[in-house]
Design a protein around this ligand. Structure first.
Ligand code: SAH
Length: 252
């Protein structure tokens, strides 16, 4: 039997090739087989050698090009056939990236795995919008939550947002109205600052700000598209406002 290849679970960061780690850039530059998500930008895939095989397993919310168990099976199959597989994911593989499931599948099959961290969209978006996630005057607790998950409305988010806290919501564009409602029902002030960072670290980036009570209207009026992050808390009013469009009528 051929010696197993290794599966490299690699974070590609938020989109700008300059934000790859050196390790990721080196692995991409030497890859023969890359299995990537829809979040991995063209500029990053362009760093792959001409002969590399690129397989997209793009996941859109309602359009699963390839279900997770088939992605796991693909990684394992190729590695067991002796190929190194570069599994390239947006942001960091272990932040809402299902990297845990893929690593588990590889370990179960006896396939060696290496995980290479990436700059999560939370870090990328914060830097690009100059919104500090922590700040001695505003927040000493940061939470990352998925806005699109099983049983969103039943989840207990109390304590995640509010004074001294920053809440960063991934995959929350579609559920923004329910998120705002849920947080306000939980007692969060309707005028808590919110920032929406769309396509962070990419040329088309937009930073939109307003109060929590206006979040649904903001997302709707501005036709915010995925990928976008929602930051809720006092820090969302910080940073370089020149980068921001504060939408008329959305002020607290
Ligand atoms: N592993 C990724 C997250 C994958 S979940 C990471 O660490 O960043 C997908 C969600 O990430 C998107 O719905 C969006 O909320 C966020 N996201 C990913 N890339 C983004 C980007 N460039 N700008 C804004 N949000 C982004």
């Amino acid at each position: 039997m051929a010696k197993s290849g290794t599966v490299f679970l690699v974070g590609a960061g938020p989109g700008d090739p300059d934000l790859l780690t050196l390790r990721a850039a080196r692995l991409i530059g030497g890859a023969r087989l890359i299995v990537h998500d829809g979040l991995v930008t063209r500029g990053i895939l362009a760093l792959a050698p001409a002969g590399a095989e690129l397989v997209s397993v793009a996941k859109a919310r309602a359009r699963h090009t390839m279900p997770q168990h088939r992605i796991n099976a693909l990684l394992v199959r190729e590695a067991l056939a002796g190929r190194d597989v570069l599994r390239l994911k947006g942001g960091d593989p272990f932040v809402f990236g299902r990297g845990g499931e893929e690593a588990e599948a590889c370990r179960a099959a006896g396939v060696p795995v290496e995980v290479v961290p990436g700059i999560s969209a939370a870090m990328g978006a914060a830097a690009a919008a100059q919104i500090p996630l922590t700040h001695r005057d505003h927040a000493s607790i940061v939470s990352f939550v998925a806005g699109q998950c099983k049983g969103l409305t039943e989840q207990d988010w109390t304590g995640l947002a509010g004074a001294g806290r920053t809440l960063v919501i991934f995959m929350g564009v579609r559920t923004a109205p329910q998120i705002a409602e849920k947080l306000i029902d939980d007692g969060l002030a309707p005028d808590v600052p919110v920032a929406v960072i769309e396509r962070a670290c990419q040329p088309q980036m937009r930073v939109l700000r307003g109060p929590l009570a206006g979040l649904a209207a903001l997302v709707e009026a501005e036709q915010v598209v995925s990928p976008a992050l929602i930051v809720i808390g006092a820090v969302a009013a910080e940073g370089d406002l020149a980068l921001t469009r504060i939408v008329e009528g959305m002020r607290a």
